[in-house]
Ligand binder design. Structure first.
Ligand SMILES: [Zn+2]
Length: 426
C-alpha cells in the first residue's frame, strides 16, 4: 500500500539523507547521498526519502498536496547548532577592536569589556528586550539553515537572573520556528559579588540554582566552564553530578585554554558532549570515544580570538569520536550564527572534509544534544526539518564561503523561510 504525503520535494541533484546503510565507512558514505533524490513529508514527519524513480511505487500525494522541484539544488536535513549563547544584551565590538590592537585581558576589562560586561548588560536589560534581541538572532540563524539550536544561560549568574534567561529561552522556543534545547550554565563565570568567595558561588549553583532549574523543567542539560581560573575539575564534577542527579544531563566546556583534564572528566561523568577541546589529551580523547561522548568543536572561537591553534579534529576522527561542529555564538569570543562559515573554518584550519563538516552540523550535532531519534537525518519517522540549498554539489557549502546558499527552509514540514532575489521571492 502506498503512503500518503502532503509535500514532496523532488529531483534534488543531491539529496543527503544522512541515513546510509549499515556498511557506510567513510564520511562520504555516511552522507547517504542520493542523486536525483526526493523526500516525502506528511504533517511534521518524513515518510519516505530515496531515488526519484522509486517514489511512485511508495508515495501518493494527497489532494491539495504540494510538489516542489529541487532540480539543480542540494537537499539536506536542517542544521543543528549544538552550542550557543544567544541571549545577551550589549555588544563587545570595542573589545574586538582593542584585541586587534594588542590590548591585554586586563586592559579590556578596564575598558569595560569581558564577560562581566555582558553579565551586567544582560542583568539590567528587560525581559522584553532580551526576547526581542533573541528573536532577531534566531531569525538570522534560520535564514542560514539552522532549524534547531542548543542555547545556554550563563550571563545571569544569580538565581533570579539565570532563571530569567532560561524563561526567555522558553518563550523564544514557543514564539519562533527554530527549536531551542536549553542548557543551564550557571557555572559560566564567578560573578563580581562573589569575588574571592568562589566556593560560596559553587554552593549556590548546587544548592539553589540546579534544584530550581530542574524542578521548573527549564533546561535539558547542565554545563560548566571547566578551566584554569574558572571552575576546577573537582568543582565541575560536583556541579555536573548534582545536575545529573536531578535529571540535567552533563555537558562541559573542556580543555579550551589549558590541558586541565576536562575531556577525561566528561567521559567519567557520562557527558553527552565535551566542547572546545583544543588541549584535549590523547587519553581524554580515547576515554571519550569509549564512552560515546560527542566532541563538539567550535573553530569559529579559535578563529575569532586568533588563538593560532585549533582542536585536533583529525586525531579525534581517527580515534572514532563523533565530531560535531557548532558556532559558540556569543558576543565575546564568536559573534556569528553561521554554521556554513564554521564549516569553512573547520575545513581550512582543522582539515575536516566537507562531508565530515556536514555530519558535524546534522547527525553528530543531533547526538550532541540528545535528539538523534528525531533530528539530524532525513528518514521515515524523523522530524521534517529540511533545507534546499542553491548549490550544485554539497561541497560548495564550505567551498563557496561567506555567502548564504540557503533557498528554502522547512521546519516540521512547514516552509518557514524563503530567499528573496532582487526583491522577488525565488
Ligand atoms: Zn560556550
Amino acid at each position: 500500500m502506498k503512503i500518503e504525503a502532503d509535500l514532496i520535494v523532488e529531483r534534488a541533484d543531491q539529496l543527503l539523507t544522512l541515513a546510509p546503510g549499515e556498511n557506510a565507512k567513510t564520511a562520504e558514505d555516511k552522507l547517504g547521498l542520493v542523486p536525483d533524490g526526493s523526500v516525502a513529508v506528511k504533517g511534521e514527519s518524513i515518510v519516505w526519502a530515496g531515488p526519484d524513480r522509486e517514489i511512485g511505487r511508495h508515495i501518493v500525494l494527497s489532494a491539495g498536496g504540494k510538489r516542489l522541484n529541487a532540480r539543480g539544488k542540494v537537499v539536506t536535513p536542517g542544521f543543528v547548532d549544538s552550542h550557543t549563547h544567544p541571549v545577551f544584551a550589549g555588544s563587545r565590538a570595542l573589545e574586538f577592536e582593542l584585541r586587534i590592537k594588542g590590548a591585554t585581558y586586563q586592559q579590556i576589562a578596564q575598558a569595560g569589556g569581558g564577560i562581566k560586561s555582558t553579565v551586567e548588560n544582560t542583568r539590567t536589560a528587560s525581559k522584553e528586550d532580551l526576547r526581542d534581541l533573541g528573536l532577531r538572532r534566531l531569525e538570522e540563524m534560520l535564514s542560514l539553515g539552522t532549524t534547531t539550536v542548543e542555547a545556554k544561560s550563563g550571563y545571569g549568574l544569580s538565581v533570579a537572573d539565570e532563571i530569567r534567561m532560561l524563561e526567555v529561552l522558553r518563550d523564544l522556543d514557543r514564539k519562533h520556528p527554530v527549536d531551542i534545547v536549553s542548557t543551564f550554565l550557571g557555572a559560566h563565570e564567578i560573578p563580581p559579588e562573589y569575588a574571592g568567595r568562589k566556593q560560596d558561588y559553587v554552593q549556590l549553583v548546587i544548592d539553589e540554582m540546579i534544584p530550581e532549574v530542574a524542578s521548573r523543567k527549564l533546561a535539558s542539560f547542565c554545563d560548566v566552564f571547566c578551566e584554569e581560573g574558572v571552575f576546577s575539575l573537582e568543582e565541575s564534577r560536583r556541579i555536573l553530578e548534582k545536575g545529573a542527579e536531578l535529571g540535567l544531563r552533563p555537558k562541559l566546556h573542556a580543555d579550551e585554554l589549558t590541558p586541565l583534564g576536562g575531556s577525561e572528566l566528561a567521559a567519567e561523568v557520562g557527558a553527552v558532549s565535551a566542547d572546545h577541546l583544543l588541549f584535549a589529551s590523547e587519553k581524554g580523547m580515547e576515554m571519550m570515544a569509549e564512552k560515546g561522548v560527542v566532541a563538539t568543536l567550535l573553530p569559529g572561537t579559535a578563529f575569532f580570538l586568533f588563538m593560532g591553534r585549533y582542536a585536533p579534529a583529525r586525531k579525534m576522527i581517527e580515534k572514532g569520536l563523533a565530531v560535531a561542529l557548532a558556532t559558540d555564538f556569543n558576543p565575546g569570543s564568536c559573534m556569528t550564527q553561521s554554521l556554513p562559515l564554521i564549516t569553512t573554518i573547520a575545513c581550512t584550519q582543522m582539515r575536516m572534509t566537507p562531508a565530515e563538516c556536514i555530519l558535524g552540523i546534522t547527525r553528530h550535532a543531533a547526538r550532541a544534544i540528545g535528539r538523534e531519534d528525531t533530528l539530524g537525518s532525513l528518514e521515515p519517522g524523523k522530524q521534517a526539518d529540511l533545507l534546499l540549498l542553491d548549490i550544485p554539489d554539497y561541497r560548495h557549502l564550505s567551498y563557496h564561503f561567506g555567502i548564504n546558499h540557503v533557498e528554502r527552509v522547512f521546519k516540521k514540514g512547514r516552509e518557514v523561510w524563503k530567499r528573496t532575489t532582487c526583491g522577488q521571492q525565488v
